[in-house]
Design a protein. Structure first.
Lengths: 633, 206
């Protein structure tokens, strides 16, 4: 009603704001954090299928000696795109989906601090993903590994534009990640409901907060590294060029891993946060050692910037640097260990219900522990040198990123699906999926430990018979297909849930945090009235007032731990930000500019510069239109 | 001292329609501070790359062969003075003086343009003397580091001029002085970065 009443005030922008509540345009112009979360999640799942298909192709090729499915060039492209896709287009955006959907609900906010910037993040992410995947159409797929080590990436050794697709795509993805990082940092600092002090925030909000800090501080470094690489390839600079002019390829490794190791924690911290939400709810106990969990997350975040060179032990750093990075890497196991023991202590004495989210969370804790232990092994430089570039390393990081992140993210999907859609995912199909995935995962990556110790190198497209690698390779391939079946079970489960899933109420799991106090799915404005929080786990305290006193604020125990503050508007629905064309428009500018740079890279000609210029112009118009748009319609 | 009985409510905040935030800080201001923190890492990585190669340049000319420190000092001085003009612009609009706001915004942008113009001339001169992006790692790291700083200054100038247009049209009022303050944060940051770059790249001898 209000939107029709104020047309005169809306004219001061370049375009009137789109106001239709449904239809394609409502999704293209949405600034609602819940819809953006759904967009992130859906897109990431599509890329999970693409990255998974790439993995299955590789496993099929490696199933038996002298495989003939793909050649060496195709294999290089497969492992490059599999790694890049899974990290930047699956785990990060799936985490971002939960940041978007859940964090504002957990802190009692109606949206993020900058709703239009949030939409911009998503469209830029999609643009970067598309730019990178244009390489398939151009038949010049990136093929130098997801870390793009110099000087293989120099024009001399990689003359095709394959590297450029990776550079430009990742650069654009980085812009989207940075925008999201700023947004969630400000949101969590600024938009908490009254009484939601930092030490009352749910653990998932805490991990989002620390992850945002890592994004904000780590992504500028990869931005610089990518700029330098792009300049080397486009303008003949000598940053990583070794052809007699003193460029040093190790500089790339330093820049890449100064970003790359915090990136590892950008991938795992949100997963740890999800697990820290699931385990207490299904153990029916508040999280054990909450302050230590928070300090552990914060110290992991800090230490993640001090360990990068453990990826570079074999480059010959010298004894002092090697000793320093070995020690700091071992140190990071301490806060990680604290988390594992606190999860175990939360389970201890709890009344545990083994639902699908809980199974996924337990899968996370066990598999991540194995991956963590092989991680500490690699903190030792002699062991690391032995394992460098073998399948042992592949086993290690898949136990951390699949056994860790992916299990936790599926746990998060099963846990919050009823909140997002209002319906449950089927429990029996869910359990079937979990067990298939759990068994398939261990069959795939467990044997890679043995293959690595037996000397099988990473990134080889095939291997001869008689090296003792045949058995474990076929086992790993069977495991990979089992994971594939598990994903099909998941898709079936989703379709059945959307059609006629069991209706879930506002609080299907007997939850503890604010997102379970509002209807499922939540209304557009989330909270009718902004809640006032009087303790940690506000909903749990409201249900069990006798338990109050376990957290800060416990002394002043009120009858209910959570009250609803009075709102001036009375019973009228709160006014929410209107949708906007500009985030999509500005992101389109980046897409066109990126495409222009790619055309410049693949051939010489001024039309390509014009395309880049047009893209930057669209971006500029987008920024101006955005700034001049009335803030709230 | 008889103010106690009749003291008016001194600390009453001005009426505002902006939603309350947890910390009472403005969202956009916190956003700018987080962005500046992030930009520190951006320049940190660029300066780091410069330092790694510093003094290990092969062939000539290298940057130290062609530097004209008195010339660059002048343009650096212009940039530093622009920060003063920026402060005066913000002070003007906080007093509600839109006319002086416009003047000082133009002065700030103008001094910024002096700096960028000086940099373009400097780059051209260095180019004539044989230092370019591809001659050695000295040229590579020098031009990319200072070039990206110049890009930051140029974006700042565009921002200041946009504010100037808005101020001329009467959009920037005393209540919206925050718009000027946030641009000022960015502008001062870019200045401070130049102090570091100028010291590290030009002044400290190898």
């Amino acid at each position: 009603m209000a939107t029709i009443a104020a047309p005169a005030g809306q004219r001061s922008g370049l375009l009137a704001r789109p106001i239709a509540p449904t239809g394609v345009w409502s999704w293209l112009t949405t600034v609602d954090h819940k819809r953006i979360g759904i967009l992130y999640g859906t897109t990431a799942f599509v890329f999970l299928l693409i990255g998974g298909l790439e993995a299955l192709l590789m496993r099929t090729q490696l199933a038996v000696p002298n495989g003939r499915l793909v050649g060496p060039e195709e294999f290089n492209s497969l492992f490059t795109m599999h790694g890049t896709t899974m990290i930047f287009l699956v785990v990060m955006p799936l985490s971002a989906a939960f940041f978007n959907y859940i964090v504002p609900l957990q802190i009692g906010a109606r949206d993020v601090a900058f709703p239009r910037l949030n939409a911009f993040s998503y469209w830029v992410f999609l643009s970067g993903a598309l730019l990178m995947h244009f390489s398939f159409i151009a038949q010049s797929v990136p093929n130098m590994g997801w870390f793009a080590y110099a000087n293989l990436t120099e024009k001399t050794f990689s003359p095709t534009p394959a590297v450029d697709y990776w550079v430009v795509g990742l650069q654009v993805l980085g812009v989207g990640s940075l925008a999201a990082g700023f947004n969630f940092l400000v949101t969590i600092l600024q938009l908490r409901a009254p009484g939601m002090s930092l030490m009352r925030m749910p653990l998932f909000t805490w991990t989002t907060f620390v992850t945002s800090i890592l994004i904000v501080l780590a992504f500028p470094v990869i931005t610089v590294a990518l700029i330098e690489l792009m300049f080397d390839r486009l303008f003949g600079t000598l940053f990583f060029n070794t052809s007699g002019l003193n460029g040093d390829p190790i500089v790339w490794q330093h820049l890449f891993w100064v970003f790359g190791h915090p990136e590892v924690y950008i991938l795992i911290l949100p997963a740890m946060g999800i697990v820290s939400e699931i385990i207490p709810v299904f153990s029916r106990k508040p999280l054990f050692g909450y302050p230590f969990m928070v300090y552990a997350v914060a110290s992991i975040g800090f230490l993640s910037f001090t360990v990068w060179a453990h990826h570079m032990f074999t480059t010959g750093l010298g004894p002092i640097a090697t000793a320093f990075f070995a020690a700091s890497t071992m140190l990071i196991a301490v806060p990680t260990g604290i988390k594992i023991f606190n999860w175990a202590s939360t389970l201890w004495g709890g009344s545990i219900s083994l639902t699908t989210p809980m199974l996924c969370a337990l899968g996370f804790v066990t598999m991540f522990t194995i991956g963590g232990i092989t991680g500490v092994m690699h903190a030792s430089p002699p062991v690391d040198t032995q394992h460098q570039d073998t399948y042992f390393v592949v086993a290690h990081f898949h136990y951390v990123l699949f056994g860790g992140s992916i299990f936790a993210l599926f746990g998060g999907i099963y846990y919050w699906w009823p909140k997002i859609t209002g319906r449950f995912l089927g429990e029996s199909l869910g359990k079937l999926q979990f067990w298939l995935m759990f068994i398939g995962f261990n069959l795939t990556f467990g044997p890679m430990h043995f293959l690595g110790v037996d000397g099988m190198p990473r990134r080889i497209y095939t291997y001869p018979d008689g090296l003792g690698w045949n058995l474990w390779n076929i086992v790993a391939t069977i495991g990979a297909y089992t994971i594939g079946v598990a994903i099909i079970v998941f898709i079936t489960n989703v379709i059945r849930s959307m059609r006629n899933g069991e209706i879930a109420g506002a609080d299907p799991w007997d939850g503890m945090t604010l997102e379970w106090t509002i209807p499922s799915p939540p209304p557009h404005y989330n909270f009718e009235t902004i809640p006032t929080v009087h303790g940690r786990d506000p909903l749990w305290l409201q249900k069990h007032p006798q338990l109050d006193g376990h957290g800060p604020g416990g002394q002043a125990a009120p009858a209910t731990a959570m009250q609803h503050a009075e709102q001036e508007g009375g019973h009228e629905h709160p006014h929410m930000p209107d949708p906007s064309y500009w985030p999509l428009f500005a992101a389109l500018g980046l897409l066109v500019a990126g495409a222009g740079i790619l055309m410049t890279a693949s051939s010489t000609g001024y039309t390509m510069l014009v395309v880049t210029g047009v893209g930057l112009f669209i971006l500029l118009v987008g920024i101006f239109g955005w700034s001049l748009e009335p803030v709230n319609g | 001292m008889q103010i106690v009985a009749t003291a008016p409510p001194v600390h009453q905040p001005p009426p505002t329609h902006v939603a309350e935030t947890t910390n009472g800080l403005n969202n956009r201001k916190v956003l700018m501070w987080t962005f500046l923190g992030s930009d520190c890492m951006f320049f940190g990585a660029l300066i780091g790359t410069y330092l790694i190669y510093r003094g290990k340049w092969l062939g000539h000319p290298v940057p130290t062969d062609v530097f004209d420190i008195p010339y660059t000092s002048v343009s650096a001085f212009a940039l530093l003075m622009s920060s003063l003009a920026m402060v005066l612009a913000l002070a003007a609009i906080q007093r509600g003086d839109t006319r002086r706001l416009q003047i000082w915004l133009l002065v700030t942008a103008g001094l910024g343009l002096v700096f960028v113009g000086g940099q373009i001339y400097e780059f051209a001169t260095f180019g004539h003397e044989g230092l370019n992006l591809a001659v050695n790692t000295g040229g590579t790291t020098f031009f990319v580091l200072t070039g990206f700083h110049g890009t930051h200054v140029s974006l700042g100038i565009a921002w200041l001029l946009s504010l100037w247009v808005l101020a001329k049209r009467g959009v920037i009022t005393q209540e919206r002085s925050l718009d000027v303050e946030i641009a000022g944060l960015y502008w001062h940051f870019v200045d401070i970065v130049w102090i570091i770059i100028f010291t590290v790249v030009y002044l400290i001898p190898i």
